[in-house]
Design a protein around this ligand. Structure first.
Ligand code: TYD
Length: 152
C-alpha cells in the first residue's frame, strides 16, 4: 500500500486524519507488524518518542503542532486521540498495535482515556522545536482563522 497525502495549500481538518491498517504476520510464535516510511507513514520520520506509565485519569497532548505531522500507534493497551480543527472534533479509539493514526499538522489534539499499561508510540516529521507547539487553545483558534484566510 502506498499512501500519498497531497501537500498542502489548505488548512488541515479532522477529515485529513487517516487510520491506517498495518501489515500483520500472525504466527503461533507470536505476531509481527511493521511500519515503513513513505509506505505506511507518509512523511520522512525525523523523531520517534513514546509515552508510558500514564496514571489513571491523566491526559496527554493538549496542543497543536504548526508543522509537525504525526503517526500514532497504541503499541500496547488502548486510548482515545481527540483531534480538533477549530470547527469539528473527531475521536479515534486506538486499541490494536496494527493500526496507526496519521495526524497532519495544524490540528489541536489530546490523548485521553488511557487503559492500564498503555504504550503510545509516536513518529514525527520534525525534530523537537518548542516553537512548533501551540499550547493555548484560544491561540490555536486564532491561528486556524488566519491560516484559513491565507490558504484555501
Ligand atoms: P509534552 O509536549 O508536554 O508532552 P505531550 O505530548 O503529552 O504534550 O512533552 C513533555 C516534555 O518532553 C516537554 O518538556 C518537552 C519534552 N520533549 C522533548 O524534549 N522532545 C520531544 O520530542 C518531546 C515530544 C517532548
Amino acid at each position: 500500500m502506498n499512501i500519498h497525502i497531497s501537500v498542502k495549500n489548505k488548512s488541515m481538518t479532522v477529515d485529513d486524519c487517516k487510520l491506517i491498517e498495518l501489515p500483520r504476520f500472525l504466527d503461533a510464535r507470536g505476531n509481527l507488524s511493521f511500519i515503513e516510511q513513505y509506505n505506511h507513514i507518509p512523511f520522512e520520520i525525523k523523531r520517534t518518542y513514546w509515552i508510558y506509565d500514564v496514571p489513571g485519569g491523566e491526559a496527554r497532548g493538549g496542543h497543536a503542532f504548526i508543522k509537525n505531522q504525526e503517526f500514532i500507534v497504541a503499541l500496547s493497551g488502548a486510548f482515545d486521540v481527540i483531534v480538533d480543527d477549530g470547527e469539528k472534533k473527531k475521536t479515534f479509539n486506538l486499541n490494536r498495535s496494527y493500526f496507526g493514526l496519521y495526524v497532519p499538522e495544524g490540528l489541536w489534539r489530546e490523548i485521553v482515556n488511557f487503559s492500564t499499561n498503555s504504550f503510545v508510540l509516536e513518529f514525527g516529521s520534525e525534530h523537537y522545536h518548542k516553537e512548533d507547539y501551540i499550547r493555548d487553545y484560544n491561540s490555536f483558534i486564532t491561528f486556524k482563522q488566519s491560516e484559513k484566510k491565507q490558504r484555501l
